[in-house]
Design a protein around this ligand. Structure first.
Ligand code: BES
Ligand code: ZN
Ligand code: ZN
Length: 468
């Protein structure tokens, strides 16, 4: 889909926006039976023109979130109507941020997972944005949205295609295109170097593990560098602690953190901002065969701490622990942000629209929170105290990969506490995205059904605006 800016509408299909205050204005409503409510879409015909009206809700509650979602609904309606070229008349008096949100809504909202559908919808080829507002920076916007679509597509594709080596090949490809340094450690190097936890989780699969390291250096004048680490479990069967039917069907999403990191690196390669970022993806298939790791066994991590495996289904924290250690030993990060579909418990705590944030640094937590509010990929901070480290101690090893607390209590905190055991003295944030990475329901504005690409826009916003 091509986006252009224009000062006049040229196409027969026009998307327009309206506030509830405006639609209801007495004496006669502006458009019959249209209230301008948030989520509301109405189609009206005028000669050969089709006008798609999108409600923005009350002015008092109006923000970029409403614009983004309304624009997504508008373009989805144009897709339903099989329209090729569309004019999008932006809401009046837009700030640059609002104009960008509007286009983001279009680019993100038009994306639907239809690869395996025989009857594919027709996506508009050209969207012309008619606006008098400050001109959005199309190149940046497009790169950010492309990164999000790439992350979604990686999540949605079959788990028998997206194996660890596939992610490694994908990383090599985007790094080559974006002039980013890329290193991939295979299972032999991982074993030789002693990344015992990644090796253990990956050993039960015919698709061996990989550790992918992508170094983007946009500012050679500084050592300041942000590390992003994404959980890349290409399918999480649970291993010997096999997941039941009902929990398995969506587990190809378990590399969503890794997919987001790949999407971000891809966008950085296109945008070339003046910052330094290292992206790391520990990629494994948590499978079950005769060689799979056993519950009760003890393995040694890359930093030397031993771990009793109390559940082979708490595998994300194991591979992330070794990736965090690797990052600190070899990449000299100024701060680390990991994102992972780590615990089902985060869904219990925060639902499917907000991700959990755990952080050892108030400034970093605040910056990430603000980036979340701006992008609509929201975060809520949860506590992580000294006492939480007690619950992951083991009687037979240094650590245990599940909590000693009663089942169903503080599960997400236990996962975060485990990760923190491997963090040295530097700012670190952990985003638990298990609730938000995959939408099992129907599309919600710019959030599609299936893989959502959560984290790409959030972290690019953070990287581009909060790191100096
Ligand atoms: N990949 C899962 C978490 C998950 C659940 C992601 C639902 C997306 C949707 C993770 O590896 C897992 O199995 N966690 C366990 C941890 C438990 C064994 C301590 C869980 O959440 O039950
Ligand atoms: Zn698991
Ligand atoms: Zn998992």
């Amino acid at each position: 889909m091509k986006i252009i800016l224009s000062s006049k509408a040229h196409h027969a299909t026009i998307i327009k926006f309206m506030l509830a205050d405006e639609a209801k204005r007495s004496p006669a409503p502006a458009i019959a039976d249209f209230k301008g409510e948030k989520d509301e879409v109405a189609v009206r015909y005028n000669g050969d023109r089709t006008i798609i009206y999108c409600g923005l809700g009350e002015k008092s509650k109006y923000s970029t979130l409403q614009i983004r979602a309304a624009a997504a609904r508008g373009i989805q309606k144009a897709i339903d109507l099989k329209r090729g070229d569309v004019s999008l008349v932006s809401p009046q008096v837009l700030s640059r941020g609002e104009a960008e949100a509007c286009l983001e809504g279009v680019l993100l909202g038009a994306d639907k997972f239809t690869k395996y559908k025989s009857d594919k919808p027709k996506t508009p080829v050209l969207v012309e944005m008619v606006t008098k507002s400050p001109r959005p920076v199309l190149r940046t916007l497009q790169a950010v949205c492309d990164g999000t679509l790439a992350a979604r597509a990686l999540v949605n594709e079959n788990a028998h295609t997206i194996v660890p080596e596939y992610l490694a090949r994908y990383a090599r490809r985007i790094c080559k295109a974006g002039k980013i340094a890329c290193t991939v450690l295979d299972e032999k190097e991982l074993a030789r170097k002693g990344l015992g936890l990644i090796v253990a989780v990956g050993q039960g699969s015919p698709h061996p593990p990989r550790l992918i390291i992508m170094e983007y250096r946009g500012d050679k004048g500084t050592k300041n560098k942000t590390a992003l680490i994404g959980k890349g479990v290409t399918f999480d069967s649970g291993g010997q602690n096999l997941k039941p039917t009902g929990s398995l069907e969506t587990m190809r999403q378990d590399m969503a953190g890794g997919a987001a990191v790949l999407g971000i690196m891809q966008a950085l390669g296109t945008m070339k901002p003046k910052i330094n970022v290292v992206g790391i993806v520990p990629a494994v298939h948590n499978a079950i065969d005769g060689t799979a790791y056993f519950p009760g066994d003890i393995y040694k991590s890359y930093n030397g701490k031993t771990v009793e495996i109390s559940s082979t289904d708490a595998e994300g924290r194991l591979i992330l622990a070794d990736a965090i250690t690797y990052c600190q030993k070899h990449c000299a990060p100024s701060r680390i942000i990991d994102l992972a579909t780590l615990t089902g418990a985060i869904l219990v705590a925060l639902g499917d629209t907000i991700a959990g944030l755990f952080c050892n640094n108030d400034e970093l937590a605040r910056a990430l929170f603000n980036a979340g509010e701006k992008t609509g990929e929201r975060l809520w901070r949860l506590p992580l105290y000294e006492e939480h480290h007690e619950i992951i101690k083991s009687d037979s090893a240094d650590l245990c990969n599940t909590s000693k607390l009663k089942k169903g209590t503080a599960g997400s905190i236990a996962g975060a506490a485990f990760l923190e055991e491997f963090v040295e003295n530097l700012p670190w944030a952990h985003l638990d995205i298990a609730g938000v990475a995959y939408n099992e329901k129907t599309a919600r504005g710019e959030v599609p059904q299936f893989g959502t690409g959560f984290g790409v826009r959030l972290l690019l916003e953070y990287l581009l605006n909060y790191t100096e």
